[in-house]
Design a protein around this ligand. Structure first.
Ligand code: MG
Length: 273
């Protein structure tokens, strides 16, 4: 009897072969932005407000609400100002919005949001096709944009896209990806989200890149943004967990398809994670 009682309580992590689960991870919910921007159906602002409140009620404390991108480019997110004005302010919830440029930052500032996210690609061709700007051109824009956001009191997060592969170039040089990630941190981002934009990462590739990233950047400044295009998002994520990464992007319902893989699932689903 005594022996049984002195036996340590089994933790749920004992059930896993791959990872010793930490007590806490941070989830960064991208469904309202990364998810809804690829929906063809028009979701009205009221629908987004209800979704955001449901996400908050579910316990998500970091929520990316929208992108202040040109409404011509992504009409689904044209209501960013109105959405933020209608969202409840909760002290335990951090809202964020993507700002692709200075115009977007101006719009974000007028809403009183406390955090913004900036974008950079690790693949030259992806950068040019997606934004019409080279990596170097985008970096020089960010050299102004990130400090400008910081001066306004905003926290800045960064997405580094296509780090595990590009639909045009194929493999992406991991050392270049790590150098760019480090540059984003040096410029004042508190976190860089290494993004498997098209969902081609494998567990071995995640381990290799995260290992190199950890040589230059503290684990607490790295997030993983994984796509489930080939059903590997959770497996890849477990590798990150195992290596000490504690922040993961996820999208409710797995919303957010990959435009280069029609029919394939998009972001890792928050509820699965
Ligand atoms: Mg995504």
């Amino acid at each position: 009897h005594r022996d049984l009682h002195s036996f340590p309580t089994r933790r749920s992590s004992d059930l896993y072969f791959l990872v010793d689960l930490p007590d806490h991870v941070d989830l960064y919910e991208v469904g309202l932005r990364d998810g809804l921007q690829s929906e063809t159906a028009a979701i009205d602002t009221q629908g987004k407000v209800e979704l955001a409140i449901a996400l908050m009620d579910a316990g998500l404390s970091r929520i990316e609400a929208t992108s202040f991108v040109s409404p011509k480019r992504i009409p689904q997110l044209a209501d960013g100002e109105e959405l933020l004005a209608r969202l409840p302010h909760r002290s335990n919830v951090r809202l964020s919005a993507v700002v692709p440029n200075a115009k977007g930052l101006e719009r974000a500032c007028r809403t009183g949001i406390g955090e913004v996210a900036v974008l950079l690609s690790a693949s030259e061709t992806f950068s040019q096709r997606n934004t019409n700007v080279s990596i170097a051109g985008m970096l020089s824009a960010l050299e102004a944009l990130i400090p400008a956001a910081r001066e306004k009191g905003l926290s800045v997060r960064a997405y580094l896209s296509a780090v595990w592969g590009c639909p045009y170039e194929g493999a992406v040089d991991p050392d270049r990806a790590v150098r760019l990630a480090e540059r984003l941190i040096d410029l004042g981002c508190y976190e860089v989200s290494l993004s498997d934009t098209i969902g081609v990462a494998t567990p071995a590739a995640v381990r290799m890149l995260v290992e190199r990233a950890l040589d230059r950047i503290p684990a607490k400044r790295i997030a993983l943004h994984l796509h489930d295009t080939r059903g590997l998002a959770l497996t890849n994520l477990a590798v990150g967990l195992d290596m000490g990464i504690r922040t993961f992007d996820a999208s409710i319902g797995g919303l957010g398809g990959c435009p280069y893989a029609p029919g394939a699932s998009g972001n890792v689903a928050t509820e699965d994670l």
